[in-house]
Design a protein around this ligand. Structure first.
Ligand code: ZN
Length: 392
């Protein structure tokens, strides 16, 4: 998820061209073995599946013998083993292909293996839900979010959301334990304490013990990742990836669908014994996105808020780490909201123009964002901080 979109796009185009040059007929009796030229950086996988184990990344261009072809994947002989490489270029061109990812059946099968049996598969909006949850109110509440989300996403960010080749899948567990078992052995999950995860066309989450709105928030966050993958491509900077997901994930759900620009809040009341005393006192605590926004505004006033140049250059693994994400997620989402919800003059059309450029392969850098917004990085930082402080 790092900003190597242009290099990757060039490599994909080169791979598509190389594969096209070699033709599509496999070698047969009397024909010489078919060979394929792969560019530096091509990744060989154990199975014809984007979620399967990575065997090797080529450190130089190679001409390799083709063993087999299947569903856009080519199996090649490399050194002493064979591996599968995705033929990323079809009749619609490389850009269309990268925004129509293939769902990983390996990842889906592994996530499903932690469901209790029997479990079912239900259509949920344009997604396919695999779940052992039977509570009708929960399922209906989540289905409303899933059905509304693609249109809300397209309208809010001003981009097309292409249909996937196979419907994106959602695996929903009854509670946190099976999710923890799934997360434990998942190579794509960067952190141990997540509440959900989405990759390769599969979102995985559990019914939150904190209530339906919390589950709605996690579902909206994870589905936004799946939609971003289709709408904007595979290599977004971490702040955009998580900022858009949290822009949806932080919302309240007053009519069962996200109220864009709103912030959820949870209050918890518990009894606590005062230090040294026998008397119980009632303690009320607030938590959730509204509290996170207030904490960021307070950090700004205390001079400890992360700069936007630092936020927007955080590598993915750092931004999502347990130590950073409590502040980096809401700050990324609030920057999106500053631009979209009236804090920045003409921000909405210009931010949408920026996202459409990113979808077409433009750089997703802060410099490119500022150039599209027609503002200097310093003025953007000052405007954002002023808005944050005034709003929260
Ligand atoms: Zn996320």
């Amino acid at each position: 998820m790092r900003c190597a979109a242009l290099a990757a796009r060039a490599a994909r185009a080169a791979m598509a061209a190389a594969l096209a040059l070699c033709g599509s007929a496999l070698s047969g009796p009397g024909n010489p073995p078919r060979r394929v030229e792969l560019p530096e950086g091509a990744r060989l996988r154990a199975e014809p599946d984007a979620g399967s184990r990575s065997l090797a990344i080529l450190d130089s261009p190679q001409v390799l013998s083709v063993v087999e072809e299947r569903d856009g994947w080519t199996r090649v002989l490399y050194q002493s083993f064979t591996g599968w490489v995705f033929q990323d270029g079809d009749a619609e061109g490389p850009a269309a292909t990268t925004r129509r990812p293939q769902r990983s059946e390996t990842r889906l099968a592994r996530a499903r293996s932690f469901l209790t049996t029997p479990h079912g598969v239900h259509p949920m909006g344009g997604f396919l839900l695999h779940t052992d949850v039977t509570d009708e109110a929960t399922l209906a509440g989540l289905a409303t979010v899933a059905a509304a989300l693609p249109a809300l996403y397209a309208a809010r960010y001003g981009v097309d959301v292409p249909e996937p080749r196979t419907p994106d899948a959602v695996v929903l567990y009854r509670g946190p334990k099976p999710y923890a078992r799934f997360a434990d052995g998942d190579a794509l999950l960067p952190t141990a304490s997540s509440r959900g995860h989405a990759a390769s066309g599969v979102a995985v989450l559990y019914v939150s013990p904190e209530g339906l709105d919390e589950t709605r928030g996690v579902l909206a966050h994870e589905l936004t990742h799946l939609l971003s993958r289709r709408a904007l491509g595979p290599r977004l900077p971490a702040w955009i990836e998580e900022g858009l997901a949290e822009d949806f994930g932080m919302c309240r759900f007053p009519n069962g669908i996200p109220a864009m620009g709103s912030l959820r809040s949870r209050s918890e009341v518990r009894s606590e014994r005062a230090a040294g005393g026998a008397a119980l006192r009632t303690v009320r605590t607030q938590s959730g996105p509204l509290v996170s926004a207030a904490q960021l505004a307070s950090a700004h006033r205390q001079g400890t808020l992360r700069s936007l140049s630092s936020l927007t250059s955080l590598p993915y693994d750092t931004l999502v780490s347990d130590s950073e994400r409590a502040t980096a997620y809401p700050q990324s989402a609030l920057l999106v909201r500053y631009l979209l919800d009236g804090g920045f003059p003409d921000g909405a059309p210009r931010f949408r123009e920026f996202l459409r450029g990113v979808a077409e392969g433009d750089s997703p850098s802060l410099e490119q964002l500022c150039s599209t917004l027609r503002v200097s990085p310093e003025a953007l930082e000052e405007g954002f901080r002023g808005w944050l402080s005034k709003s929260y």
